[in-house]
Write a protein that binds this ligand. Structure first.
Ligand code: TXA
Ligand code: MG
Length: 505
């Protein structure tokens, strides 16, 4: 098991910031730090990362610093707080040393030596460089206003949670871990959780739980189904969900993941139809937000995530937006602060070559083209504006389907020797002798019906029927999206019997 760690800055975080310290007599621990660290000492390995540019400037001797360090380490040990190792950078910032650039070297070194999980680790400090180190290593940076924290506050280039002191930061860690546990438990039990990503907040559900996914559509109250983006946290999940992945797609994933890029690829069977709205393709992305990645890993499955706003509203970039718009409808909101990008991910489809831009977003097209060459950026809607129902992603069965029909029609078709299937909501018309029956929800539950819809249509389409008759569904809640889908299905199959199963956006 990989362990999580806390990397503590020394001056200004653990002890008073007094400039160059040459002897242990000058050490003054900040109030409350022993008590604070004791709260989490069994959960984390502790390290100190300290910057001592006085050595590089020739104003401080290395052994003076080491004496101070070992005094601090011993004093903490007396309190039962074990510092595994102290990493010290003796260089001046202008030296551009390798301690922090290009990678936060100490963090990676500690991760290797102590088998650490950096994603679940924290760096706590009172200087922007401290928290920036965390960000670059995929860990969480917590910024303190003790020491020089207040003075350097304006230099923070990204969002980091800010605390008055170490104690407050540690309480935040405990709360965050608790929230993460709760969110992943809810997801595993089929609930819906809003979660932060670097782009916008997503409305998360277990990708393999069709009912949970149906609830996402219900909460969003979209008047139609839209294929959802599947969020993953490791490359193995990409291979588990998609097939025939072109090299160009893999190259983009390697370069921009985790990050605001979504790849549309041919799906594997394992991805439920409700996730892709019945399409043979699936949209996948690995978000860059620390909590999003941890949530997916903890839940041990990918999670779907449309933006966490009701249909037609602005995309939410803070937990507060989500609470305002959807608060009462979802099971939990995992607060990860404001979103860094604030703009949805760029979506590229690899179902054709050259690949096609489906949605501009967080990663500029130029960056993508400079990695894999030209991208077709003609918007899909402009290709056939006269026939939105023919847009490839509006899936429809190949078999002729009818929404408007009567029992008299049924018997007439039957006499003509037609093989007829029924897509029924609760099973009302099942007294008629159909050749194939699909009942969406015997209990009349719209969520259950939505979850079953695409798979039922697929089965009907594969049943070698001449006709599919469809029973109408009450147009309330999810019923609207279901009926929208069914209208498209019948429109396409009656006016254009084109095989849209194998099509690609
Ligand atoms: O940044 C983002 O991508 C955010 C965060 C939460 O990750 N998510 C997001 O999801 O914007 P959503 O559901 O609002 O937009 C997903 C869009 C769909 O509207 C659809 O256009 C496209 O992704 N999409 C999904 N699956 C697709 C597929 N198989 N083929 C074509 N387009 C697809
Ligand atoms: Mg400091």
């Amino acid at each position: 098991m990989r362990r999580a760690a806390i990397f503590l800055d020394r001056d200004g975080t653990l002890i008073e910031e007094k400039g160059y310290l040459r002897s242990s007599e000058e050490v003054e621990f900040l109030p409350g730090i022993f008590k604070a660290l004791k709260k989490i000492k069994n959960r984390y390995l502790f390290f100190i990362v300290t910057h001592q540019p006085g050595i590089g400037r020739g104003e401080l001797k290395r052994d003076e610093v080491e004496k101070v360090n070992s005094f601090i380490q011993t004093r903490l040990a007396q309190e039962g707080i074990i510092i595994k190792k102290i990493y010290m950078c003796p260089h001046r910032r202008e030296d551009n040393c390798e301690c922090i650039k290009p990678k936060p070297y100490f963090l990676y070194q500690a991760a290797q030596e102590f088998n650490l999980d950096l994603l679940s680790s924290y760096v706590i400090g009172d200087h922007p460089v401290d928290v920036e180190l965390a960000r670059r290593a995929g860990a969480s940076g917590l910024y303190l206003l003790t020491g020089h924290g207040a003075k350097h506050l304006a230099e923070l280039n990204h969002y980091f949670p800010i605390f008055h002191d170490l104690n407050q930061a540690i309480d935040y860690i405990l709360q965050t871990e608790e929230a993460l546990d709760k969110a992943s438990t809810i997801l595993r039990q089929g609930g819906v959780v809003a979660f932060p990503t670097e782009t916008v907040y997503g409305l998360g559900a277990d990708v393999f739980n069709s009912l949970a996914v149906a609830r996402v559509f219900e909460i969003k109250a979209r008047p139609h189904f839209d294929p959802l983006i599947v969020h993953i946290a490791c490359m193995d999940d990409l291979l588990r969900l998609a097939q025939k992945i072109p090299d160009k797609a893999l190259n983009l994933a390697k370069k921009f993941w985790p990050g605001p890029l979504t790849l549309v690829l041919l799906k594997k069977e394992i991805v439920p139809d409700i996730v892709t709205s019945g399409l043979p393709s699936v949209a996948i992305r690995m978000p860059r937000h620390n909590l999003a990645l941890r949530l997916i890993l903890k839940t041990e499955r990918p999670i779907v995530g449309p933006s966490a706003n009701p249909f037609g509203y602005l995309s939410p970039t803070t937990a507060h937006h989500v609470r305002d718009q959807l608060g009462s409808k979802i099971d939990f909101i995992l607060d990860g602060g404001p979103c860094e990008v604030g703009l949805e991910s760029t979506i590229i489809s690899f179902l054709e070559d050259p690949p096609r831009l489906l949605r501009p977003g967080g990663i500029p097209l130029e960056d993508i083209e400079s990695t894999i060459g030209p991208i077709n950026s003609t918007p899909l809607v402009k290709l056939k504006p006269e026939a939105p129902g023919l847009l490839p992603r509006h899936y429809a069965p190949r078999t002729r389907a009818y929404l408007d029909w009567s029992e008299a029609d049924f018997w007439r078709w039957k006499e003509e020797g037609k093989k007829i299937g029924l897509l029924s909501f609760r099973g009302e018309k099942t007294n008629l002798p159909f050749d194939h029956l699909e009942i969406l929800s015997p209990e009349g539950d719209l969520r259950q019906a939505a979850a079953a819809l695409f798979a039922s249509l697929h089965r009907l389409d594969k049943a070698k029927l001449d006709l599919i008759l469809i029973e109408k569904i009450p147009e309330i809640g999810l019923g609207r999206a279901i009926m929208d889908r069914l209208r498209r299905a019948t429109f396409l199959s009656s006016d254009n019997p084109f095989p849209s199963f194998s099509e690609s956006p």
